[in-house]
Design a protein around this ligand. Sequence first.
Ligand code: MUC
Ligand code: MG
Length: 367
Amino acid sequence: MKITAVEAIPYAIPYTHPLKFASGEVTTADHILVRIHTDAGITGIADAPPRPYTYGETQTSIKVIIEDVFGPDIVGLDPFDREKVHAVLHRTINNQVAKGAVDIALWDLMGKALQTPVHKLLGGYTDSMRVSHMLGFKPAEELLEEAQRFGEQYGITTFKLKVGRRPLSLDIEACHVLRKGLGDDVEIYLDANRGWTANEAMEVLRRTADLGLTMLEEPCDAKEAMSRRRLVDHSPIPIVADESVPTAGDASRELLSGGANAICIKTARSGFTEATEILGLCTGLGVDVTMGNQIDTQVGSLATVTFGAAHRATSARAGELSNFLDMLDDLLAEPIQIVDGRISVRDLPGVGAEIDADKLEHYRTDK
Ligand code: MUC
Ligand code: MG
């Protein structure tokens, strides 16, 4: 089987309400749908969500690097020769979201060619994941109402609260209101998206110490090496590296330098291949992992659940899989269902993301 063409299709689907966090805000899913075609008549599919404020990639940059740089150099290669494809991708540094989508589309091709679901090829550990819902910036009472609604409607009992605001009391109050309103059995953890300094994060941990929070993600810029290491050393809960660790090399640096003691894996920026390397590093070192959400569509969330359910360590914690619920629509032909707080893998060849052709035609912005 040979790759014959690589397409990077821009599309835009509005959100019903914006998701706000310390480093940005999302009002529209202005993503890229990647399609890799082959001479076997099989097409691999993946979604690329640009996060310009995080990684610097935009919808345009992802389209251009895939169509003008990566695509022409992987045409003619066999999708099963993954190392050859990765040798091409690795010549270029950064551009992790574009590379991640190419990688997932390759795995989709391999699964389809073998008539096997990719979650089986990757590890086949379990067939569903518990869902964690991400709560963006809102007044504390509205956050509580959203969490209670998601609990009642979908059975979700794990929430990641976006923090990183100043004054610190805004987020500290939100933590107290959520814990009081949700009770002790609900898991709550925090993600500051680099909004604080390490010392501010330390103060927040002190002032929320009695709330049973389970993790603090990317509290400050990982480059604040010394104070971040002090935070990691003194924190009673794991300090999770997220945007500082898109590659296995980044994860090694943060873990070995003491900048983090847990790692968030996102398939959108690491693909399945690099995510597997990061996971091996973490399990080898005895470090916890979480499956993160890059504010993914249903197509992207299916990729996350495919990888997450495939391995023991990635399915141990709830994965961040539900933010697509804030989108007005999606490209996925068969919508994802959240049942009793869980999302199941699809027992279809490949990743199982069948695209609704009419919706793609409607939402694509290049025609
Ligand atoms: C997260 O975990 O940080 C926000 C920005 C981004 O790149 O991903 C999201 C969620
Ligand atoms: Mg994060």
